[in-house]
Design a protein around this ligand. Structure first.
Ligand code: BEZ
Length: 406
């Protein structure tokens, strides 16, 4: 069951200065899709996620689980039926603005859900951060800026910031006695922000990053970089890859013989949802992330069983983020009886939400609208992400520069 807790003060009381002005201006000028409640016009949810390319698995996992959550609640949001407008975000930011514009102007959606890719999120923000835009829920893209300097009252994230799990994974390497590290990642906002966070916490704990290797996104030609790593002989390599690229990277890292002498760490995206495809090459890799396959709570067990029944496969962290996106929509729309025109109340309900029934464990929205959540240390065992402890309890992104933070 999803419950909403109202914090001591209404979230609207936190919105001061520029954020309040921007929020109120948006609320005042917003042209809602008004309708007679009795007519039960559908709520339009725009989905902009990758259904092709290296992140296709992520987009499908999010979509499937979000729809499952809404179906479990009777297939309605605030008593209204739901209509989805779905668009393939593809894998580069180039068309991000055009596609977001289509959802807003042509499909006239009430909510936008997406994307996966941090660079595409920035492209979408050029459209969606403007006044009178639909409420925007980010179910993956961890770009720090969207819940820091660029935060906004109508923007919510149900996933993570790129800082969160990378910060914990950096600390993990130091705790495990690693002294020297080479970073090797895709060069775009997600990789850059994750390497920055992991390097900062690792070096703060006494380690040293001796070389930073940047791979153009979404290239998967890793051989030259792996040879360079072998020559540098670090204690460990710290990497961000995900989806199809992560499968190839982890397999080639092992095939190059590096696993025998060099440890491989990273935010959990490195093995999440792909460890079975990575096979033996992934066994024993330790990562940090806000989900694991063995949490064993009643909420997680129920979710895993329902997801498997619906889709014939095990869920992953991306499915969890999609599921919680469905919960956020349900909570918000229930609070306003399906009236998206009641924008201030809708936003208020969404920002004061706490997710008691999340498969990842209890979490709540920070003042900058990003999950405050546990980060688990996981180890791949027989293709499963096994939690071996909590690396950080209820970790909150600093939200630096967000004007909604008093
Ligand atoms: C990102 O671009 O923010 C991202 C993509 C895949 C996994 C994690 C983060």
């Amino acid at each position: 069951m999803t419950k909403t807790v109202t914090k001591g003060a209404s979230r609207r009381q936190f919105m001061t200065g520029a954020a309040a002005t921007a929020g109120m201006a948006a609320a005042a000028s917003f042209v809602p899709t008004r309708f007679a409640i009795g007519a039960k016009a559908p709520v339009k949810v725009g989905i902009m996620l990758p259904f092709s390319g290296t992140y296709a698995m992520l987009g499908n996992s999010i979509t499937d689980a979000m729809k499952l959550r809404i179906e479990q609640a009777g297939g309605r949001l605030g008593g209204r039926p739901v209509e989805y407008a779905t668009i393939d975000s593809e894998w580069t930011p180039a068309k991000g603005q055009i596609k977001a514009n289509k959802l807003v102007k042509k499909d006239r959606v009430d909510f936008v859900v997406g994307p996966v890719h941090s660079g595409i999120a920035m492209a979408m923000s050029k459209v969606l951060l403007r006044d009178r835009m639909p409420i925007w829920i980010i179910p993956n893209a961890g770009n720090n800026l969207l819940t820091r300097d660029h935060c906004a009252p109508h923007v919510f994230r149900t996933s993570f910031t790129n800082w969160q799990s990378a910060h914990v994974a950096g600390e993990l390497m130091a705790k495990e006695g690693v002294k020297t590290v080479v970073t090797c990642t895709w060069k775009y906002a997600a990789g850059i922000q994750m390497m920055e966070a992991g390097k900062a916490s690792f070096e703060k704990a006494g380690g040293k990053v001796i070389k930073e290797i940047w791979v153009p996104f979404p290239d998967v030609e890793f051989q030259a970089y792996l040879s360079e790593i072998a020559a540098l002989k670090p204690d460990a390599v710290f990497s961000f890859y995900s989806g199809g690229g992560a499968i190839k990277y982890v397999k080639e890292f092992a095939a190059a013989g590096l696993r025998d002498t060099i440890k491989l760490y990273g935010p959990g995206f490195l093995t999440e949802g792909v460890s079975r495809a990575q096979g033996e090459a992934a066994e024993g890799i330790k990562t940090a992330l806000h989900y694991a396959d063995n949490l064993g709570t009643p909420e997680d067990n129920a979710f895993r069983a329902a997801y498997k029944k619906a889709y014939g496969k095990d869920p992953n962290v991306f499915s969890v983020q999609g599921y919680d996106t469905g919960s956020l929509l349900l909570q918000g729309m229930a609070a306003v009886g399906g009236d998206v025109g009641a924008r201030a109340d809708l936003i208020d309900a969404m920002e004061t939400a706490t997710f008691y029934d999340s498969p990842r464990g209890v979490w709540r929205m920070s003042k900058s609208h990003n999950p405050i959540q546990d980060i688990y240390i996981r180890r791949v065992e027989k293709g499963r992400q096994i939690s071996v402890g909590i690396g950080a309890k209820q970790l909150e992104d600093p939200g630096t520069g967000c004007k909604m933070i008093a």
